[in-house]
Design a protein around this ligand. Structure first.
Ligand code: CP
Ligand code: NVA
Length: 310
């Protein structure tokens, strides 16, 4: 399956149209089904993976995905690059573009990944910034589609911090015609810019304070840590404020009987999600983690190689 390349970079989930997301999910499913026997569209190509923050899933899924596509991934801890000694982001982007065929970057400031994309001549993929986490949401969408067959018309509830992952999910819901409700404490609700962007895309995100109100009869309950990377200084206050924003058995019971629970991980068991839900029959979190690899293959094959999984 060939997909026309319409973008150079993937910085926001909203860089993708509904059709492109659905095609990427089809491609991810094909890569999943043919693992071990699919094509190698990154053969002879190298990928620079810049990390300013820790990672388990993103690093390993990207590295394995690139290798299985025939490419050569290079892990670059930002602190060990000359970036850490003051070389500019623009110069780093220009130099890496002379060596590699694609760059992924996990950064504190969203502006860093925007600057990398602006100055790199090769594709740049956002591997999490303080504003968005598009690769995560592609894996979430693949997981939801695996469970429900369709995306359009489903209802989602986000419980907790209106953070980077929440931002990407709100935009994805608008693009794909899914209803999303977000329950967050006052002061931690999604940014108005994201809500305005969602409305422009046709979304009608509902922002509430009570978790039960958001969770009522939904198909998918989603949560994430109360303390994202970069928010550590606010940890004590956040632990105090977020106490009731927990996906537990009682909240699952508020959702539709067929509902699933998602979490991008790492989970803080006993805080935003309980063991009972994480390890229970409605949990899809480990499929979600696995799907990071399949969706990353789809994205890299599309932007950096040939898109065919054959
Ligand atoms: N979900 C996710 O991005 O996990 P890591 O921080 O382990 O990469
Ligand atoms: N919101 C979390 C996601 C981790 C994958 C963070 O930014 O730390």
């Amino acid at each position: 399956m060939m997909m026309t390349k319409t973008i150079k970079d993937l910085i926001s989930i909203s860089d993708l149209s509904k059709e492109e997301i659905l095609r990427l999910l089809e491609s991810a499913e094909a890569f999943r089904a043919r693992r071990g026997g699919h094509g190698q569209p990154l053969q002879g190509k190298s990928l620079a993976m810049i990390f300013e923050k820790p990672s388990t899933r993103t690093r390993v899924s990207l590295e394995v995905a690139a290798a299985e596509l025939g490419g050569h991934p290079i892990y670059l801890s930002a602190g060990e690059l000359q970036l850490g000694r003051g070389e500019t982001i623009a110069d780093t982007a220009r130099v890496l573009s002379r060596y590699v065929h694609g760059i992924t970057a996990r950064v504190y400031s969203h502006n860093t990944v925007l600057q990398l994309a602006r100055h790199a001549s090769v594709p740049v993929v956002n591997a999490l910034s303080d504003w968005e986490h598009p690769l995560q949401i592609l894996a979430d969408l693949q997981t939801i589609k695996q469970r429900f067959g369709e995306l359009e018309g489903l209802s989602l509830a986000w419980i907790g911090d209106g953070n980077n992952v929440c931002n990407s999910l709100i935009l994805a819901a608008a693009i794909l015609g899914m209803q999303i409700s977000v329950a967050s404490p006052e002061g931690y609700q999604p940014n108005e810019k994201i809500l305005a962007q969602s409305r422009k895309l046709g979304g009608r995100p509902l922002i509430v304070v009570e978790p039960e109100e958001a969770a009522n009869d939904v198909d998918v309950l989603v949560t994430d840590t109360w303390v994202s990377m970069g928010d550590e200084a606010e940890e004590a206050e956040r632990l105090r404020v977020f106490g009731k924003y927990q996906v537990n058995a009682a909240l699952m019971h508020q959702a539709a009987p067929q509902a699933i629970a998602l979490h991008c991980l790492p989970a803080h068991r006993g805080q935003e999600i309980t063991d009972e839900v994480m390890d229970g029959p409605q949990s899809a979190v480990f499929d979600e983690a696995e799907n990071r690899m399949h969706t990353s293959k789809a994205v890299m094959a599309w932007l950096m190689g040939e898109s065919s999984p054959d």
